[in-house]
Design a protein around this ligand. Structure first.
Ligand code: MG
Length: 382
């Protein structure tokens, strides 16, 4: 049976961590979106419409390079509007032909799931894969004790959800209850019969950063931990404040450099680049480029984190040591940890900032300059 597909990839997906939205990120060596597009095409989809943002449309040719049979259209402000935009963008096809509506954040669609959905449409208006609820469920209203809820007859709905094209268009046109939770709810409200097919644990939705690691484990993809090290130093000069680890500190001198001379952020940026074999900070932000004069160094660090994310990786922890006689670092240490955690989008307990002096020895001891060293651990697909 021929069928077409609408994949909704219009979300910004900020809960999945920094960097690109989750549908563009690499999972087990392939962008998240590409996994499901390939699966649908391999299962015989006649056409795949990807509903996305203007930025997304710019990414697609690269992410789906070499694949035929897909097109894209711009999404709306809500998922429901995006689904309707996708349905409208399907080329002229029979109204009775099945359409699968799918969320881009569920990359591992299997042929079995697709075939079961098509089969179930023989006597249903919409079919969706669903998993039985295995865990005992609790309900705890605010301020009250927890109560046990029966999990009998409860199922976890997944996507793709399949229905005939005319059924979906008519049901969405008739829907007046705000934002639906899925397509099945819309067809159900229009009086349609909903069928459940066997769900797949691999169809898990990628929502949080740790979901990527779990999905790769499920897919049998090994991950490795890589360590990176960075070092930086800047000279003291006349000034009234100094930037260290993203925090401005009142001081009777400042660090001199092409950017804001935040040696802590520079050492950390180099450590991250080192962990993923991406050269050093000067390769990415040449000091000869006037664009980086006086630049805030948090953008260098964010760029390094984005490179990790693009490789399907995640930061595990970071440890920065500042080496100077003055200023005293300890009163600012917690603010530095919190600022770094914010830039890196990791919990603060995975961020360490330490300080030491060199007992008046060497350039830091004589007060000529400040040095910083950093070590990071990064987890990436093997
Ligand atoms: Mg530097």
């Amino acid at each position: 049976m021929t069928f077409s597909v609408v994949i909704v990839a219009a979300g910004s997906g900020t809960r999945a961590g920094p960097g690109q939205a989750k549908q563009w990120r690499v999972l087990a060596g392939k962008p998240v979106l590409r996994w499901s597009v390939e699966a649908f095409l391999a299962a015989g989809a006649g056409e795949v419409v990807i509903v996305t943002t203007a930025d997304g449309e710019a990414f697609l040719p690269r992410i789906l390079e070499g694949l035929q049979g897909w097109r894209s259209t711009l999404g709306g402000a809500t998922r429901a509007l995006s689904v309707q935009a996708g349905l409208a963008a399907l080329s002229e096809r029979p109204g009775a032909e099945p359409v699968m509506i799918h969320d881009a954040a569920r990359p591992f669609v299997s042929r079995n799931v697709i075939l079961a959905l098509l089969g179930a449409l023989a006597d249903a208006d919409l079919a969706l894969p669903a998993l039985a609820v295995a865990d005992t469920l609790k309900r705890q209203p605010t301020g009250e004790a927890a109560q046990t809820v029966s999990r009998e007859h409860l199922w976890r709905a997944q996507t793709p959800q399949a229905a005939r094209r005319d059924t979906l268009i008519a049901a969405y046109a008739a829907w007046t209850h705000g934002e639906p939770t899925d397509d099945a709810q819309v067809v159900e409200a229009a009086g349609g019969r909903i069928a459940l097919t066997a769900g797949d644990p691999l169809l898990t939705k990628l929502t949080y950063p740790e979901d990527f690691a779990m999905a790769e484990h499920l897919a049998g993809v090994a991950r490795v931990t890589r360590v990176g090290q960075g070092f930086d130093a800047h000279r003291w000069g006349p000034g009234e404040e100094v930037w260290l680890c993203g925090v401005a500190i009142k001081h009777d001198e400042t660090l001199v450099g092409h950017s804001d001379a935040d040696a802590g952020l520079h050492a950390l940026t180099d450590a991250i680049l080192g962990a993923i074999g991406e050269g050093d900070i000067g390769d990415h932000f040449p000091p000869t480029d006037p664009k980086w004069k006086g630049a805030a160094s948090d953008q260098f660090l964010k760029h390094a984190v984005d490179l990790v994310t693009a490789k399907g990786g995640a930061l595990v922890n970071v440890d920065v040591t500042l080496i100077c006689e003055r200023p005293k670092i300890k009163p600012h240490r917690q603010a530095m940890r919190e600022r770094l955690a914010e830039i890196l989008s990791i919990p603060v307990d995975r961020v360490s900032v330490k300080a030491t002096t060199t007992e008046k020895m060497g350039f830091t001891g004589r007060g000529e300059g400040l040095a910083a060293s950093a070590v990071v651990a990064v987890e990436t697909p093997a």
